[in-house]
Write a new protein. Structure first.
Length: 366
């Protein structure tokens, strides 16, 4: 499987869920590695057309392919991964084909853009029939761009339900993480807004009462070297495990073997957690979560019901919350059970796909 990011993972899930409803789905996507892409696409239940090469040429080729496909086929609707992809559809949006643009959060933070880019975003989102925002926070960011509020819908994303990993995978993961208890886990890209650095900073204090505590960081990113050096600086490098990119079965196993999912996100340089699919991944495994109060994380984690939401910029609040969890195992168990119940009720793709279909003007599904 190719190493894909959160938005790519979301679009793959949406395409698969639409196809499972016996709808013909064509995905127009950028390519990275032809061999890996082909292996991945063979396993999909939908058709993918990939485009390679220099980015400007790739975008032109993709736009032309979409135009030709729409011209020669009966298309019920188009879902785009963001406002940028809407720019490829200038000749399509005038053909009365519904266009739904997904909105995720960070890509809409006006503070990081000049007026020219803000106008591009406004033009794109003004041309679509619906903006499917992944949280109420993201919906507010769309409204800040003076987009017609009637076009904006909050559409919580779908997430693949938990799959029990094979015994061999469980054993491999146990060896990777080594001994330690309790086990804290962050499963996310390594970047400042996710809050991994603050967990490392409070570990020395936690070690006084929990000498065998371990902190697992699964994922990769530009922050890896900094976090590794930070762990050395705070003398906790033997309590922190950097696993890098992991397979999906390994992810499932990690979630099974951990005690608490911690991702106290915060806003850093206009980078924000628009929702936080990782929180729902944890919930499917009955794993309670500590999330940040910034962005859309509070849509993914219900405070004091499926986990806790804290000020991700406060070391004191984060540590207090972790201690509160570890000192109250029965409460932690209840939070995990609530999180699991909500995850299976609201977030499996066969349920979530109807939220996206309801964005199409001619469809209304329960």
């Amino acid at each position: 499987m190719p190493k894909i990011g959160g938005i790519e993972f979301l679009m793959t899930g949406l395409a698969g869920a639409l196809s499972n409803k016996n709808l013909e789905v064509i995905v127009f996507a950028d390519g990275k590695n032809r061999r890996i892409d082909q292996e991945f696409d063979k396993k999909s239940n939908f058709k993918t057309l990939r485009f390679y090469g220099w980015k400007p040429l790739r975008r032109k080729s993709k736009a032309l392919a979409i135009k030709n496909y729409v011209k020669n086929n009966n298309v019920e609707g188009i879902y785009t991964d963001s406002w940028k992809s809407v720019e490829l559809l200038e000749e399509v949006v005038h053909k009365k084909i519904p266009v739904i643009s997904l909105a995720h959060g960070t890509e809409l933070q006006k503070e990081q853009f000049n007026i020219s880019k803000i106008n591009r975003i406004k033009k794109s989102l003004s041309n679509v029939d619906c903006v499917a925002a992944n949280s109420f926070y993201t919906a507010d960011r769309v409204k800040d761009l003076d987009i017609n509020p009637e076009k904006i819908k909050v559409v919580y994303p779908g997430v693949e339900a938990a799959v029990h990993p094979e015994k061999t995978t469980e054993e491999i993961v146990k060896k990777k993480i080594g001994p330690g208890n309790p086990c804290l886990l962050t499963l996310a890209r390594l970047e400042p807004r996710k809050g991994q650095d603050y967990i490392i900073r409070i570990l020395p204090s936690l070690l006084k009462d929990y000498p065998n505590i371990i902190y697992i960081l699964a994922g990769d990113g530009p922050y890896r070297k900094y976090l590794y050096e930070l762990a050395k600086k705070y003398n906790v490098k033997y309590n922190v495990r950097f696993l890098g990119w992991i397979t999906d079965p390994e992810k499932q196993s990690l979630l099974n073997q951990s005690d608490l999912f911690v991702m106290p996100s915060r806003i850093v340089d206009a980078s924000v957690e628009g929702f936080g699919i990782s929180y729902i991944d944890a919930a499917f495994h009955g794993l309670p979560t500590i999330a940040g109060v910034s962005g859309g994380a509070t849509d993914a984690v219900i405070d004091d019901e499926t986990g806790y939401c804290v000020d991700g910029s406060s070391l004191t609040e984060i540590e207090k919350c972790i201690r509160r969890c570890l000192e109250n195992p029965e409460k932690l168990k209840k939070l995990g059970a609530n999180a699991k119940e909500r995850a299976y009720r609201d977030f499996p793709w066969h349920i979530a796909v109807n939220r996206y279909l309801n964005c199409l003007p001619q469809r209304k599904l329960s």
